[in-house]
Design a protein around this ligand. Structure first.
Ligand code: B12
Ligand code: SF4
Length: 505
């Protein structure tokens, strides 16, 4: 709490995004903007109690393969009650923040009593709903209004499930950071919030009022995030996230919930100058040499991509960075991923790139509208690894339409190109509310043959399902082969250059 006047309003910002490797971006933005307008801000990060969020991709050990195979069999069981039971058992294990919510809640209560904030702002992933409900109840008992926001409230079904949580004064669905000071002051004064796009309330008779704010256009107007409140000494190393643009320049993959999230709905880029100035700022102010670009596709704006390749070592000497890229086609000026550009990326400090491989079957990639050609991805992997960049690929198993031979093609792909792949993140296909896949399914349930047992849970933006193909003997056999191929890659050493980023992306 710095530089505030006696009359300034006290804002307690709660971070239920809590990721234990680097500070949380939306919290940093909100803190910076509120402080600039003389609000007295304090941040409650559960990590300050030692409580971490989701452990991300720990390195596979010798025993992991057997457990993974068993877990996978149970997760795709034909019996809904088995899948549900597994989910219930797995949920608290996935995140320390869920498992230790009592401790976090007690500390929140102490902060409420001690700091006596005029308003509480909570930023929450949907998975932390129970904790969020308990925090709102505590704030209500203390007569403190709560403004709730998070990365996945831009879908109406989802926000409708959260707005009615007792104690929530208003819910934010949109990138409203430039308005946040006025919104906060209006809440504290008990004024009407209907003037603000992106702020939802419930009227006395329970009617939903408000509208989802359109994507924020001029991103250069947003000041650089303030990460001074985070427990820096509890991170394994000093690393900051930087987002050079919001949304994805490809944006068409049917399964993708990043592009149905609040800030991902349409592609917009910051100017290269603004991005480079932020990198320099963190380098100097926060003494940071490790950067994670959290863009969905860092090569979305080639101007920004090339500015990083050419300028990173000038503004942040000896720094290292990682990012996600989309290996699209090379027409219209290329995708920034030629062999020479990948060498330039490595020279500028890039140690790791992640890309959506998703499948080794071109047919399934096309069903997903992935916009990638597998032979082009191979050339990318070869060139990136030759340049010394560790390549991480995400993959999806069980996409409706996928057959045993497609899974076998994925496994064969991994065996053939293992030398160029550092890590695989293999995810079971899941239907998220608001994705193209979900909207298509709503319009035409027959569009995806073999998909049954649909079970919507809008509060967590998830539709449970069963895909009958996965129970076929030949599919199961191919699936085990794929798990073997993934395991063989994920047990290897990452290589010293990328080591600092192990588990970060
Ligand atoms: C970078 C990123 C990560 C990073 C860092 C996450 C972190 N906690 O900091 C990494 C790679 C580690 C990660 C991991 C995971 N992530 Co993630 N991640 C993202 C990503 C790509 C960008 C997040 C971001 O920083 N956005 C930029 C900021 C500025 O946007 P924003 O968060 O929406 O915030 C804006 C507004 O929403 C609003 N806002 C937000 N909160 C609040 C609060 C208040 C009070 C107000 C007024 C406004 C406000 O203001 C902000 C500025 O406009 C998003 C997708 C996306 N495009 O958002 C997914 C996303 C947030 N992740 C998601 C998930 C599911 C996960 C994982 C659980 C995946 C997994 N199974 O491992 C893990 C869990 C991590 C954890 N909690 O420990 C989901 C969350 C959905 C949900 N259920 O809530 C998303 C939306 C992706 C998706 N569509 O599925 N993630
Ligand atoms: S390229 Fe990635 S971020 Fe973009 S739409 Fe596809 S999955 Fe989503």
């Amino acid at each position: 709490m710095t530089g505030t006047s006696k009359t300034s309003k006290r804002v307690l910002l709660v971070d239920l995004n809590n990721f234990a490797r680097y500070p949380t971006m939306p919290i940093g933005y909100l803190a910076r903007i509120l402080r600039a307008s003389d609000h007295d801000v304090s941040v409650f990060s559960p990590l300050s109690l030692g409580v971490q969020g989701v452990a991300r991709e720990p390195r596979s050990g010798a025993l992991t393969l057997a457990t993974t195979k068993l877990n996978h069999r149970v997760a795709v069981s034909r019996y809904g009650w088995i899948r549900n039971l597994r989910d219930r058992i797995a949920a608290p294990r996935r995140s320390q923040l869920s498992a230790e919510s009592d401790r976090v809640l007690r500390e929140f209560g102490r902060r409420l009593q001690g700091e006596k904030p005029d308003v509480v702002l909570i930023s929450s992933y949907l998975m932390y709903r129970d904790l969020c409900v308990a925090m709102c109840a505590a704030a209500r008992r203390a007569s403190v209004p709560v403004l709730l926001g998070g990365p996945y409230f831009a879908q109406m079904e989802v926000l409708t499930q959260w707005i009615s949580i007792p104690g929530v004064t208003a819910l934010v669905a949109g990138e409203i950071e430039l308005e946040i000071s006025r919104v906060v002051d209006t809440i504290i004064q008990g004024g009407s919030l209907s003037q603000f796009h992106g702020v939802f309330t419930l009227s006395k008779d329970g009617q939903l009022e408000g509208s989802v704010a359109p994507p924020l256009e001029d991103l250069d107007r947003v000041p650089f995030p303030d990460y001074s409140d985070f427990p820096w000494d509890l991170y394994p190393n000093r690393m900051v996230p930087v987002m050079t643009g919001r949304g994805c320049a490809w944006g068409a993959c049917t399964f993708c919930s990043d592009v149905s999230s609040t800030s991902g709905r349409r592609f917009r880029s910051r100017s290269p100058q603004n991005v480079m100035a932020e990198i320099e700022h963190h380098y100097k102010e926060n003494d940071v040499k490790n950067f994670v670009f959290t863009d969905l596709k860092l090569n979305g704006s080639l101007d920004v991509w090339r500015a990083i390749l050419n300028g990173m070592q000038q503004v942040a000497p000896e720094s290292k960075w990682i990012a996600a890229v989309h290996v699209g086609d090379d027409s219209n000026g290329g995708n920034g991923l030629s062999a020479s550009e990948l060498r330039a990326a490595a020279a500028s400090g890039c140690v790791r790139l992640t890309t959506g491989l998703e499948t080794g079957s071109q047919r399934v990639a096309d069903l997903m509208r992935k916009g990638t050609a597998i032979d082009r991805t191979v050339r990318y992997l070869e060139a990136a690894s030759a340049a010394g960049i560790s390549c991480r690929c995400t993959m999806i198993l069980g996409y409706p339409g996928e057959k045993a031979e497609d899974v076998a093609a994925s496994a064969a792909f991994l065996r053939e190109h293992a030398a160029h792949i550092g890590r695989i993140s293999l995810n079971r296909f899941s239907i998220m509310t608001g994705t193209v896949f979900h909207r298509t399914l709503q319009k035409d349930p027959a569009h995806y043959p073999g998909l049954t047992q649909l079970q919507s849970n809008d509060a967590v933006a998830h539709v449970g399902h069963y895909y009958s193909e996965v129970s076929r003997r030949d599919y199961r056999k191919a699936m085990m082969g794929l798990l073997d191929a993934v395991h063989a890659i994920n047990t290897r050493d990452l290589g010293s250059r990328a080591q600092d980023f192990e588990g970060a992306m």
